[in-house]
Design a binder for this molecule. Structure first.
Ligand code: PEP
Ligand code: MN
Length: 367
């Protein structure tokens, strides 16, 4: 499916949202009228921030936590629109939320990570959005499932809405990590290859989980050429009722934005282009050599498979595998290659080798 979706399609958006990066800021949750307005007015002073976020219905993993103030906060967001230059955005998870937001002139809707994970819910939202003209931002699902993320985008695009953006907020960490959610940058990069015109906004707050990592992740997102940032900001973060550890003060937000290094997404400089070409030629040649070596390796794997078959020996040889891992990781480290990278690479190669020898063992036989 080729989607031509872009914020630019929404005429209202052109004037306000032409600056890149697009910055969205505001508290995790709307908590009181005073907190909503105070935070908004302070954020409004920061030039690049164009959109004010606030969660009104909060998807909490376990019952008993603060689950949002509810519809009353939509009136506070209307006041934000009257008293500042900011547009507003709210998370919606049910058709009723959409109806309430539209009634209160919320400018942009977003679909949260837990909702994106459920195609039934996304379809219900899509049905409620038929014929409605409003931009929708779609967070990645909790798990790094690109199909699910693309599917949610397609369901919303199928309603006729062409002002869609994706939000990258990281993925549930099964591995040990400093972050609350693992960024897995390769997933949004793959999404960008699928939908080249789709703007992708990074949410460094939910990736970080802690204020101290928010700037680093924001810079990384800019280096990945993402189109914007959604950053949780609260006038008094220490009193926040949700996500207390990851919200910045408006002052910290301003500091973060001022220190961002926004690089060009390309360059017209002929000298630069020529030198880049030379580097790329080297990479191309090395990649080809790598593939040829892998193919030679695989031929030998196949021969070993035949030999094991003749001698009735198992495919998996644990000692040998442990030895390969250990020596290659050691050698890789001496060559300045990260251990984790070598380990993952070898696991892939080993998996393909086992597959190849399984084919050899069962050639011509029913398994
Ligand atoms: C949020 O933005 O506050 C939120 C609940 O995010 P997510 O859906 O990414 O968990
Ligand atoms: Mn939050």
């Amino acid at each position: 499916m080729s989607l031509s979706i872009s914020f630019k399609h929404y005429s209202n958006w052109n004037a306000k949202l032409k600056d890149k990066p697009l910055i969205i800021a505001g508290p995790c949750s709307a908590e009181s009228e005073e907190q909503v307005l105070k935070t908004a007015k302070e954020i409004d002073k920061i030039k690049l921030v164009k959109i004010y976020r606030a969660g009104i219905w909060k998807p909490r993993t376990r019952p008993g936590s603060f689950d949002g103030i509810g519809t009353i906060a939509l009136k506070w967001l209307q006041k934000v629109k009257e008293q500042t230059s900011l547009l507003t955005t709210v998370e919606v998870a049910t058709p009723q939320h959409i109806e309430d937001c539209l009634k209160h002139n919320v400018d942009i809707l977003w679909i949260g990570a837990r909702t994106t994970s459920n195609p039934f819910s996304v379809q219900e939202l899509a049905n409620a959005l038929k014929g409605v003209k409003i931009p929708v931002m779609i967070k990645n699902p909790i798990n790094p499932d690109l199909q699910l993320w693309s599917g949610a985008i397609e369901r919303i695009a199928n309603t006729g809405i062409n002002t869609i953006a994706a939000i990258h907020r990281g993925f549930y960490p099964f591995e040990k990590t400093n972050f609350r959610n693992i960024p897995k940058w390769e997933v949004p990069i793959e999404l960008k290859t699928r939908f080249p015109n789709l703007p992708i906004i990074c949410d460094p707050s939910h990736i970080s989980g802690k204020t101290k990592y928010v700037a680093e992740i924001s810079q990384k997102a800019m280096d990945m050429n993402m189109d914007g940032l959604m950053i949780e900001t609260h006038c008094c973060p220490e009193q926040a009722k949700s996500d207390i550890q990851q919200q910045l003060t408006p002052e910290q937000l301003q500091h973060l934005i001022e220190n961002l290094n926004i690089r060009n997404s390309s360059s017209d400089n002929i000298g630069f282009i020529n030198i880049l070409e030379q580097y790329r030629d080297q990479i191309d040649s090395l990649d080809m050599q790598m593939l040829e070596l892998l193919s030679q390796r695989m031929d030998i794997v196949e021969e070993i498979g035949e030999y094991k078959k003749e001698n009735n020996v198992t495919i998996l040889q644990l000692r040998r595998w442990e030895n390969i891992l250990r020596t290659r990781i050691e050698h890789g480290s001496n060559l300045n290659l990260p251990q984790d990278f070598i380990k993952k690479l070898l696991q892939l190669v080993h998996k393909a080798s086992i597959q190849k020898q399984t084919e050899v063992m069962y050639k011509g036989k029913k398994k």
